[in-house]
Design a protein around this ligand. Sequence first.
Ligand code: SAH
Length: 214
Amino acid sequence: MNTNQIEGASKRKFIDSLKLQGISNDTVLDCMLNTPRELFIEPALRSRAYDQDALPIGFSQTISSPYIVAKMSQLIFEQDSMTKVLEVGTGCGYQTAILSSMFKKVISIERIKSLHEKAKENLSKLHIKNVKLVYGDGYQGFRSESPFDAIILTAAPKDIPKKLIQQLSVHGRMILPLEEHGTQKLYRIKNTKNGYTKKDVDDVLFVPMLEGID
Ligand code: SAH
């Protein structure tokens, strides 16, 4: 087998494993197939790019596991009319890249300057143009671009950040891990005219969402 065949086989396995874990949305699966995860990972770990693991990206942070990225993407992608999404916790930019193929516009906030810069580099290698990367504190959201059709948090707060709820459009949804009594759960929030509904969808493990910038 040559390198391309090996790569093709490991990507097929990668997609099959996501399907087995319940990822069924074709748009999400296409984006997972076509986004080179190896680009977001340090060279020493690249042989593990298509394993199902979260991996270190420096600064005590991780690139989320492929399953969790696909799951969160699938949970927000419900209507074709959703155009603008906010991500809190850019990290190395992998989930950002996936979201950029699904939505017209993506805003992504990161509180660690070096990761913000790294994500900029990674996304420019892929010629991604519909993403605005912001260095700042995600607890503040990004009011000038609000309201958002969807908001994704890739770090876990202890309470649902109020300012983020305020920046969600009337029928928008928010996917977030919440730290509760020492464990974490993934929730999907649906906004309505009369307040929001909250549904528990999975057990998860994310890094904590911290206040302020580094
Ligand atoms: N989305 C990334 C996951 C990165 S890990 C991926 O695709 O792999 C979560 C990131 O959230 C870390 O980089 C961390 O620095 C960041 N983070 C934590 N609290 C934050 C906050 N208040 N505002 C913005 N980013 C935050």
